[in-house]
Design a protein around this ligand. Structure first.
Ligand SMILES: NC(=O)c1ccc[n+]([C@@H]2O[C@H](COP(=O)([O-])OP(=O)(O)OC[C@H]3O[C@@H](n4cnc5c(N)ncnc54)[C@H](OP(=O)(O)O)[C@@H]3O)[C@@H](O)[C@H]2O)c1
Length: 220
């Protein structure tokens, strides 16, 4: 069967790299902005009507945020905005595409963060949201087995527009690289390869895969 994969956020960063790695799949993408990619839908997944796409064998949800503030400065609205974008956006698309994914033995990939495995200052809001997403992923892997596989990839700092403000000078990039045991920050392709593995390996579900330069598990 030909693979048909919907990459929400497939126009930039990690999502675009996933699309580039899936040359054998028929890829569909959604993002708010326009894109020259074929099969692209310009819409906001949090609010707009979603397009019907039959025959989906894969779904990747990339929208996310990096909200870094001291805990005492985080408002309830900050927590709600992170939860909305990272968790409820994924819930909305997964409920919408559930039937076609089930019919086609689909595979779902979500994105968490290293900061829900390794405590990091100023990450309280995003770590709470992504931790919720990771737990959602395992719950759905159980509820939807054996029909739909669900896995989460947890990146550390990766060179995309989302991380722009953390990587805006050579000094910031060097400091960020040096915080990782492997002394580099992630590239979109580093993360995309793990997502492609989760999409394609038919005996992997309910997993969280850290692609983080060793950050979550290694001290050097
Ligand atoms: N980059 C990192 O350092 C890092 C670290 C840890 C975890 N992660 C996680 O990895 C995932 C991918 O990150 P990334 O760095 O590739 O992000 P990115 O560069 O910001 O790309 C996000 C993609 O999602 C689309 N998008 C965002 N909001 C949307 C919405 N409401 N409706 C439809 N499309 C939307 C964006 O396009 P438009 O803006 O045109 O809508 C874009 O195509 C995220 O979940 C992020 O939290 C990233």
């Amino acid at each position: 069967m030909e693979k048909k994969t919907l990459v929400i956020g497939g126009t930039k960063g990690i999502g675009l790299s996933i699309v580039q790695h899936l040359s054998k799949h028929e890829c569909h993408t959604i993002s708010r902005g326009e894109s020259p990619l074929s099969n692209h839908y310009a819409l906001d997944v949090l609010t707009d009507e979603l397009p019907e796409i039959e025959g989906l064998t894969g779904l990747v949800y990339c929208p996310g945020s990096i909200t870094l503030k001291p805990f005492h400065r985080l408002s309830p609205d900050d927590f709600l905005a992170d939860y909305q974008k990272n968790v409820l956006g994924a819930v909305r698309v997964l409920q919408f595409y559930f039937r076609t994914l089930k019919k086609n033995q689909g595979s779902v990939v979500l994105f968490g963060t290293v900061a829900s495995q390794q405590g990091m200052p100023f990450h309280a809001s995003i770590a709470a949201a992504k931790g919720g997403l990771e737990s959602l992923s395992r719950s759905l892997a159980a509820e939807w087995a054996p029909h739909i596989r669900v896995n989460t990839v947890n990146p550390s700092l990766t060179d995309t527009s989302l991380a722009e403000m953390l990587l805006s000078t050579d000094q910031k990039r060097e400091n960020a690289a040096n915080r990782h045991p492997l002394k580099k920050i992630g590239s979109p392709a580093d993360i995309a390869q793990a997502a492609v593995f989760c999409l394609e390996n038919e005996w992997v579900t309910g997993q969280t895969i850290g692609v983080d330069g060793g950050m979550s598990t290694v001290r050097v």
